[in-house]
Each structure stands twice: as C-alpha cells, then as structure tokens.
Design a protein around this ligand. Structure first.
Ligand SMILES: O=C(O)[C@H](CS(=O)(=O)O)OP(=O)(O)O
Length: 273
C-alpha cells in the first residue's frame, strides 16, 4: 500500500488461500497483459483464460509465462475442459495442461451433463498432480439445482480433492447463485454456507453490486472470481472499505455511527424535507 491509514481491514497475503481474486482474461494481448500486471498484478491471485479463448488466443505460451513470472497462477476456463470431455478427449486435455505446464485446472459441468460420480473421479485424478478448482451450477438458467444438491455436490467435490469449489455465476452474473436480474439467491447462499465453509468457495461475481453483497456478507477476504481486468483495483477498494458502497462496513462502529448522526442532525436536511 502506498501510505498508512488506520481501520483498514487486514487482507490475507499472497500466496492466498483465502481472499482470492480471480481475473477473467477474455483475450488480452501480450501488451495488455503486461499492462495489467503492472497495474493490478499485485492484487490478483489467479487468472482464468475465459471459456475457449485459449484455443484461439495469440502468444498463449508467452502469456502463460508472463502471468506466471508475475506470481499469478493462470488456468483454462471450465468450458475448455468441457469441450475436450464432450469430444471424448480428456486424456488430450491432460496432455495440454502438461504442455503448458499449468498447475491449476478447472473441472466443471456448466454446459455438459456429467455424471457426478465421474466428475468426482476426474477431480480425484486431477488432484494427484494439480490444484483443482471444480465448479457447481449450470450455465442454463432453466436448470434449477436444489440447495441440498448444491451442498452435496460442493461437499463431495471438496472431499474428492478440490482446492475450492466455484459457485457458478457466469461472466454476466445472471445464473447459478444469481437471479436473471443479477441479485443474489440469498436463501440458497445462506443454506450453502451453513454446510460448506465460505473459504472453500470461490464466488463468480462479475457485477459490482454482487461484489459489494459478498464483501458485506463475508468481509474483505471473500474469494471472488470472473472479475474483469479493469475492475480489479475497484474491487480491492470495495474489500478495504475505500469505496462508498462498503465505506461504513469497516469503520469502528462508534465512529461510523457518529458520522451518520452528524449527517442526520444537519438542520439543512429538515428544511429541504
Ligand atoms: O471460462 C469459462 O469456461 C466459463 C466462462 S463463463 O463464466 O461461463 O462466462 O466459466 P466457468 O464458470 O469457469 O466454466
């Protein structure tokens, strides 16, 4: 940090196990990735090459090396795993991860139907050599999963060896743990966190209001993902109470109350009212 300020919530330090920020790279150029690292690399933990972008992106190998040399852990989006699996090419997918020397891998079934026992076996197998992120939730807003099923899937995937389970939200933040209008499925999330430790979950939360909602619920060190490159610094400000939306959440209670009282005691307010 550039200077000192009291009453700023303590952030976990890198390499992080909790308080993780995942940036979604949808095709940054090498230069853009360099610029990103310069501006926001110190606030980012893992980088997802969104959906199938790794297949078509230029200079993929260099970009992976670039992120890695900056201390970030890059990985391929779950959709790419699903594209290989759907074509019966899981072994090729493993070879691909070896080729690019990726130590982080996602296993998801947001687009495909994957028998859950098979998914658990794939997680178990992958976890022998890599850190696994597995995702729960469908990309199809028409497929509803009961809270009990979310909990069962998340718990068993963690038991099978996933480092974290990702709660589906998509790039738009309008499915999975969110309603089509982007608001959180509060009851579902409350049921999930009653059984699954929040630090074991990485919430896809691309929209600002969703990030605010999670920071207010879990504090500065909530794991958040699908963050756009230019939203990493604003997110860190939300985490630290340095943006209006979470400004009062991290101030000492008496101080925050005093500030609010001063505001409500303002006679001008009454005149206007
Ligand atoms: O990156 C992916 O493969 C997708 C993209 S999106 O989040 O559905 O827009 O995400 P994932 O949730 O990792 O499968």
């Amino acid at each position: 940090m550039n200077f000192s300020l009291p009453h700023i919530p303590e952030r976990t330090t890198q390499p992080r196990n909790n308080g993780v920020t995942m940036m979604m790279d949808k095709g940054l150029s090498l230069t853009e990735a360099e610029n990103f690292i310069q501006a926001s690399g110190h606030l980012t933990d893992i980088v997802k090459f969104g959906f199938g972008t790794a297949y078509v992106t230029n200079n993929l190998e260099e970009k992976i090396k670039l992120y890695r040399s900056a201390g970030l852990r890059p990985y391929f989006g779950g959709t790419l795993f699903e594209a290989f699996h759907a074509r019966g090419r899981f072994e090729d997918y493993l070879r691909l991860l070896d080729k690019y020397d990726l130590d982080l891998a996602e296993i998801s079934d947001g687009s495909i139907i994957l028998n859950h026992d098979e998914k658990l076996e794939l997680i178990q197998r992958m976890a022998k050599t890599r850190t696994v992120l597995s995702e729960v939730g469908s990309k199809d807003s028409g497929i509803l999963i009961s809270p009990g099923r979310w909990i069962k899937m998340m718990s068993s995937e963690l038991e099978a060896g996933s480092w974290k389970v990702i709660a589906e939200g998509r790039e738009a933040g309008n499915v999975g743990v969110f309603r089509p209008n982007g608001t959180a499925h509060t009851m579902l999330i409350n049921k999930i966190i009653a059984k699954v430790k929040p630090e074991d979950i990485l919430w896809e939360a691309p929209q600002k209001n969703q990030q605010v909602w999670f920071v207010k619920l879990f504090g500065a060190n909530v794991n958040l993902g699908n963050i756009a490159p230019n939203e990493i610094i604003p997110l860190e400000c939300l985490r630290l109470g340095l943006r209006g939306d979470t400004f009062f959440d991290f101030l000492p209670a008496d101080y925050a109350l005093r500030l609010k009282q001063v505001d409500s005691d303002d006679p001008d307010d009454e005149e206007e009212a």
